[in-house]
Design a protein around this ligand. Sequence first.
Ligand SMILES: *[C@@H]1O[C@H](CO)[C@@H](O)[C@H](O)[C@H]1NC(C)=O
Length: 389
Amino acid sequence: MTMNGLLGRSVLTDGSRSNRRSLVSLIVGLVVGFCLAEMFILSTPTRREYLPYAGHQHGDINDAHNSHDMLGEEGPESDVGAHQHAYENASIATKLSNEVRILCWIMTNPKNHKSKARHVKRTWGRRCNKLIFMSSELDEELGTVALPVQEGRNNLWAKTKEAYKYIYAHHLDDADWFYKADDDTYAVMENMRYMLYPYSPETPIYFGCKFKPYVKQGYMSGGAGYVLSKEAVRRFVEKSIPNKDFCKQDNTGAEDVEIGKCLEKVNVIAGDSRDQNARGRFFPFVPEHHLIPSHTDKGFWYWRYIFYKTDEGLDCCSDTAISFHYVSPNQMYVLDYLIYHLRPYGIINTPEGLPERLKVGQTLAPPVEQTTTDIIATEKKSVEKKSTT
Ligand SMILES: *[C@@H]1O[C@H](CO)[C@@H](O)[C@H](O)[C@H]1NC(C)=O
């Protein structure tokens, strides 16, 4: 349009002169017009922030303003980096890391090695005592185990059995507890060690987000991940997997329900992972889903599945929560930052002392469900007791 306008004007002013002059004018006009048009185009802002807001343009990273815009992002190509905190005292966490050793194994597949699994390795996976990626193809960079299984949702059960058989054969002495997670699960390992601390790894028990249906004692959601004691792994691999009366022999089936059935058959306890205030610690969705009341309506399957009475709002989740699911690769780095770096200045949290250790076979008494007022009263009392002694 700019070009046509300029061209039109130059033709009009020179129209009455001779043919040769009008030809020269035409060429000059074209050149000048072209240059002006170029200048005009170059000076037009191309960066979106200079333009009026025109709604979300999905798929354009420069336009992502909230986490939903970035859900599809594959995560950063290079690591975001790391730094130490000079004034941080992690002595208790370090002690627990030596006394409550956890092997994490991540259910992944070749398609997800780069897009998902490597972000687990760079974030929370680093804090496991041992980290193993269970796939069906070798990947030296990620460090995978190529299990003898086909890929696909229909083979997750076969993969779970093979994974625990592999761990039993090669790594049973490398840890006390064995945690299965997906490549979109995020876990806080320090809190998992704290929850497991009182229990003996020789107790046949496992923990996770407990669901009610299909298995009498309940089973643990696969997405939130579940952690088996060493004795639970032994029973599962030695006694349950080989027995067709205890364990489904086919490859197919919901991996979390099937392992729940197999473990119940060999008397592995479905543990209670709630904290002292009866708040949950393992979660099958992102924090937002649990924290915001009525984010999901009451007819949603989760409310029928959940084993223990579960609140919405801040009472949803323990202050020592352990895992969340459906965490996008970018969100893993965000959670790492929020949990391990961002601190409100001047607030120092003194952790409660460690609980007594239980004998083999013993479990903690279930927490008493309390109201927020009760909890505050109890906490006040214990602070008063501390200050008087
Ligand atoms: C770190 O914390 C532990 C446990 O509370 C305490 O015993 C120790 O003195 C602390 N170390 C430093 C350097 O403050």
